[in-house]
Design a protein around this ligand. Sequence first.
Ligand code: FAD
Length: 269
Amino acid sequence: MAKDGKYRKPERREFLVPHVVARKQISPHFVRVTLGGEALKSFVPMGYDQWFRVFLPTADGVLRLPRRTNGLWVAEYLLMSKDTRPIGRNYTVRHHRTEGLYGEGPELDVDFVLHEDADGTLGPASAWARDASPGDEIGIFDEGVTFLPPPRATWHLLVGDESALPAVLGILASSPDDVPTEAYVELPDARDAQPVDTRPNTTLHWLTRPPGTPVGDTALAAVRAATLPDGPGYAWTAGGQRLATGIRRHLVTDRGFPKDAVTFTGYWR
Ligand SMILES: Cc1cc2nc3c(=O)[nH]c(=O)nc-3n(C[C@H](O)[C@H](O)[C@H](O)COP(=O)(O)OP(=O)(O)OC[C@H]3O[C@@H](n4cnc5c(N)ncnc54)[C@H](O)[C@@H]3O)c2cc1C
């Protein structure tokens, strides 16, 4: 796989147009949309926190995508008129199956958090997932993996809010058996936790956010209070910008982590 600074990029990237084969409300705040179709035969699973851009049809129901796949696609996208430009967001591979559950061929599960705006409305991607029906098309563009531990790290720390649940569980599923890992996932509701088999050297802390508490503060407080393993560690953190930057600041300032031993990504603001 190609390595490009902050990311391990896919070798080859193209815009793919899979369609919805199933949609299920799996917990109070999560909808799982399963994508399938011929297009996914070109999708190469990389494990860990593999993420991709999603592009939604415009109000007229038409999905128009940039044609370029090199770095110029962004300029082409931005030059599209507001009426024709698809809304773009970012999501994570929850599961990839070579043989589908709902039909023949590969499938991708994507777990969408249904979060509300301050005025109670859902953002466009959340609303798309809530209303998704079999046959609905969506554009996707693979971006690869950000989880890149340095070889010197003897243990891993993973921290995220609900938007990073798919990535944290993907990293746990892909990681080698012999690396002790502490994982913290903050959720709006304890019922949003997903059943996971963890290794004996891994602890997955599901944290429930008390009502009215800003997103991320519960995870930040838990990590601040934690007794973490000794030795050189590597931390990966994602979720609301406040959480990702707060964890990085804590690890670098209070725990002496080298800056290059922390990968942090603001998933939303
Ligand atoms: C690499 C990457 C991978 C991601 N993977 C996933 C994933 O697998 N599943 C997932 O659900 N999300 C994931 N996200 C986060 C997702 O892209 C954002 O939450 C996105 O903004 C949702 O789009 P929307 O159209 O629903 O809402 P928007 O229109 O973007 O936002 C509407 C309002 O909601 C607020 N908001 C946005 N996201 C959240 C949130 N999660 N919680 C609370 N408030 C929010 C915004 O501040 C805004 O006020 C990922 C982000 C990145 C960068």
